[in-house]
Design a protein around this ligand. Structure first.
Ligand code: EPZ
Length: 417
């Protein structure tokens, strides 16, 4: 078991460069299955989740050549439409290949994705979308099979603006006959990135970023394009909070300020000093900051993927805060770990009541999911002595070069087995 040893108390100072967005590259890799031509992706972050998606594509017969932050994809040799249970079990986002495989080959078979620590994460909205497009869905022996020789455009209203369902339905609709309208669509920036990628391949999609997306089906897509994915807004938010909780001074480069506007608004409300321009954000910590309330909501609301990190900041605020998690039903597992570091938090249903304390103290803590892991690292950086964070496999899924980026900012962290 690998773990991080963090000697807390240093003010993080300096420059950090944001990597490509995990939650943009994963759907875009899946969408490349629709292409009849080879293509190149740039700004690809070196993350375990990206490695798994590469393995999924290669298992389907796609040739992938990954060199640094560039990935050459050649989807002309696809010889399967089935994702193995082992890969599905490693990452539920593997289900993002369903829409593209169904759209291009008329069939797809995946094992039922397991739940995960933050919630049951069903796929009912994805499957309802496929059925609306004319597909037949079978679920037996732990597998989901979706078949349809010719998908037909349809009007689909999502019960919830699910990011994955919006992406999967968009991809399935690209080659369908006729027009598909997705209402109550997710509005996350990663949806816009997926639309831009698909349109560069020859798809005809409009409206991503709004709650109504229109896809006009085309016969095929494929152009030898280069496409650079957007920077990671959650990595950006994580370093913004790192500057705040260590009372540091960090210039965050290669980011898109409007993608983190809900985070910036909350940090400014707490009293943190934030300046921003085209592709950078400068965050300067203050000695003590205000308590405030946070409710996670679909974009452009406050992102659920920043809830755990915000809890660390509010654990050290002046006063009592209430954090309400509206997206996932079980995303407070970091509370117990933060309590071990001296945080005063009590969970009441979907809300956590956080009473600000002067200091957090080091402890041995365990990451339970990707963002909880990031939060525990922030807690360690903010605490007065040594913290050991275990469960690094979660953190490696979503934070590229975390150790070197933190060390360059002056953090005293080391990794050991
Ligand atoms: C995406 O997951 C992200 N993952 C998650 O990031 C993120 O937390 C989430 O969106 C919300 O923003 C990727 O993009 C790879 P959803 P996704 O479908 O698509 C329920 C991270 O840390 N739901 O918007 O799975 C679901 O149970 C990860 O980077 C249904 O009920 O999220 C959840 O409660 C964690 N039925 C809510 O909707 C469905 O068919 C939001 O899920 C689909 C979803």
């Amino acid at each position: 078991m690998e773990r991080l040893i963090i000697s807390g108390g240093s003010r993080l100072k300096g420059v950090v460069t944001i990597s490509g967005a995990k939650n943009a590259i994963l759907p875009i890799l899946a969408a490349s299955l629709l292409s009849e031509s080879p293509l190149v992706l740039e700004g690809v972050p070196c993350l375990d989740d990206v490695k798994i998606m590469k393995d999924v594509l290669q298992e389907l017969g796609v040739k992938v050549n990954w060199d640094g932050d560039a990935m050459e994809i050649n989807p002309s040799g696809i010889n399967s439409t089935e994702v193995s249970p082992s890969l599905m079990r490693m990452m539920r986002a593997s289900n993002l290949v369903m829409g593209a495989l169904l759209g291009r080959f008329g069939r797809v078979r995946v094992s039922q994705p397991g739940g995960c620590t933050i919630g049951s994460r069903p796929m009912d909205l994805h499957l309802k979308g496929f059925i609306a497009l004319g597909a037949e869905v079978g679920q037996k022996h732990g597998f989901i099979e979706v078949n349809c020789a010719n998908l037909e455009g349809a009007e689909i209203h999502l019960d919830f603006p699910s990011v994955g369902a919006t992406e999967n339905i968009m991809m399935a609709a690209v080659l369908a006959q006729g027009t598909t309208i997705i209402r109550n669509a997710a509005r996350e920036p990663e949806i816009i990135d997926l639309q831009n990628f698909l349109n560069k391949l020859g798809a005809r999609i409009k409206g991503a970023g709004l709650d109504i997306i229109r896809i006009d089906g085309v016969l095929k897509v494929g152009r030898e394009i280069n496409y650079r994915v957007i920077p990671d807004r959650i990595e950006t938010g994580t370093y913004m909070v790192a500057a705040a909780v260590t009372r540091g001074d960090i210039l965050i480069r290669n980011t898109i300020p409007e993608h983190v506007e809900p985070i910036t608004a909350k940090l400014r409300e707490a009293g943190i000093d934030i300046k921003e321009k085209e592709d950078w954000i400068h965050v300067r910590g203050v000695d003590r900051w205000n308590a405030l309330d946070v409710r996670t909501m679909p974009f452009p609301g406050f992102p659920t993927d920043m809830q755990a990190q915000m809890m660390v900041l509010l654990s050290l605020a002046r006063g009592t805060s209430i954090i309400t998690e509206n997206i996932f039903e079980n995303r407070f597992q970091h509370v117990g770990e933060l309590r071990r570091m001296g945080a005063l938090i009590r969970v009441e249903g979907r809300s956590a009541v956080v009473e600000g304390v002067e200091h957090l103290t080091g402890a041995v803590v365990e990451a339970t999911d990707l963002r909880a892991g990031a939060a525990l690292v922030l807690g360690g950086l903010a605490s007065d002595n040594t913290t050991i964070v275990e469960g690094l496999q979660h953190i490696d899924r979503g934070y590229e070069k975390l150790m070197s980026k933190l060390s360059i900012l002056g953090a005293k962290v080391r990794r050991e087995s």
